[in-house]
Design a protein around this ligand. Structure first.
Ligand SMILES: [Zn+2]
Length: 413
């Protein structure tokens, strides 16, 4: 089985190269908006029929090559397909609602700097040299440098396949390259589980006692929030622009941190022959009711994103992931099993009322998560109960207990 993933590399164009890339994105997106109008007027959203009406004009008016013109038309069709799916799924409200009408009454417009797909005829990679040669409306631009980690370079060299998207964000240029990576065979005989506690003060704490992204990150985020609040109060067009830019930058940084945490956790589990035990993520926001300063610190942290990064990296590495019910993990003693609200003496510390065991609160929780997963796995491995239908949620919500048969089939999706 192959896993599709995207490797994002940052381009380092010279000013001249950047100008050529910018002109190209503008031309492609302007052309796409025009194609979109044609499609909308004619009610024709399929690629091949639409080409008949748009191809020649797009090629000549915006000086696009044959490949680029085809990609522009296909990109437009894809945008309408996505819109249709969103409308059908009810993501834009009910038919007749304001949002629904806004989305359907006018043709889709493309932002001047929206991403543009490139195929191998328009883009070639010189991976050892960390450079690409790329088509632009001003001709082919050679030797555009890019930065990538050694790991990214290896993935690109071995598995890059199909299209890449060119995009610009806040003055930086990126290529998103699609790679098809073979997944490892799932290790169905883990020696143990690595428990992960997700929290507000420390984003992730492992049952080995490692804290991943803690206090230092919070300091940065608090400062960042202060800056944003200032900009928000200003409320001028330039402040709004800067605010937007900071938000995007913050999102990129958070994404990067989630990638790093996921990578570390999966590598550690793989190296030691263990599975990964995560708490069931549904409802983490409701669960973390804290006093205000703490609540502000990590509110909005994307634990779902972290979960999905762990899931796909684990799948690549053949590492099993189990989700367990997190109820009471923070007030249960990892040593003796005693459950008492009073065990949690503070946000940071755990002290058992029964046996006197003292530990960092998050580490104690992660050990409980590890133990729960191991118990489920052990029982599941012996169980002959039939697996329940997939995605059976029932009305139990987040407190749904995971059955032994769940544990057997809860490999990453
Ligand atoms: Zn105890």
């Amino acid at each position: 089985m192959l896993v599709k993933l995207v490797v994002q590399v940052k381009l380092l164009p010279t000013p001249d190269q950047a100008a050529a890339l910018e002109a190209t994105l503008h031309a492609c997106n302007e052309a796409a908006s025009w194609v979109s109008e044609v499609a909308f007027e004619r009610g024709e959203f399929k690629n091949f029929p639409l080409r008949k009406h748009a191809y020649d004009h797009v090629k000549s008016r915006w000086c696009l090559g044959a490949q680029a013109a085809q990609h522009v038309i296909k990109k437009t069709c894809d945008a309408y397909t996505t819109l249709k799916a969103n409308l059908k799924a009810g993501n834009l409200g009910k038919p007749g609602s304001k949002r629904y009408r806004r989305a359907t009454e006018k043709p889709i417009m493309f932002r001047p700097r929206g991403a543009q797909p490139y195929d191998d005829r328009m883009l070639s990679w010189q991976i050892p040299e960390r450079a690409v040669s790329i088509w632009t409306t001003g001709g082919r631009v050679k030797n555009v440098a890019f930065t990538a980690s050694v790991e990214q370079l290896a993935t690109l060299a071995l598995y890059r396949k199909g299209e890449s998207d060119l995009l610009e964000r806040d003055g930086m240029w990126f290529l998103n390259a699609t790679c098809e990576v073979p997944e490892s065979e799932l290790n169905t005989d883990p020696v143990d589980f690595l428990g992960i506690d997700l929290g507000i003060v420390n984003i992730a704490t492992t049952s080995d006692g490692e804290i991943l992204a803690g206090r230092e990150l919070n300091r940065v985020r608090t400062r960042e929030r202060g800056l944003r609040a200032k900009l928000q109060r200003k409320n001028t067009p330039s402040a709004k622009r800067r605010l937007k830019k900071r938000r995007r930058k913050e999102a990129r940084r958070a994404r990067d941190i989630n990638h790093k945490i996921a990578k570390h956790v999966v590598a550690e589990a793989e190296r030691t022959g263990r599975g990964i035990a995560l708490e069931d993520l549904t409802g983490i926001r409701e669960r973390v009711r804290l006093r205000k300063p703490q609540r502000a610190t990590h509110s909005g942290w994307s634990f779902a994103q972290l979960g999905s990064f762990i899931a796909y990296k684990a799948r690549r590495a053949g590492v099993l992931v189990l989700h367990v019910d997190p109820a009471y993990t923070s007030r249960t003693c990892a040593e003796c099993g005693h459950v008492d609200k009073a065990n949690r003496v503070s946000q940071a510390w755990f002290a058992c009322r029964n046996c006197g065991f003292v530990d960092h609160a998050d580490r104690n929780s992660s050990r409980n998560i590890r133990a729960r997963a191991w118990e489920l796995w052990r029982r599941g491995a012996q169980s002959i109960a039939p697996a329940p239908p997939p995605h059976q949620r029932g009305g139990a919500g987040r407190k749904r207990s995971i059955t032994a048969s769940d544990a057997r089939c809860a490999s990453p999706e």
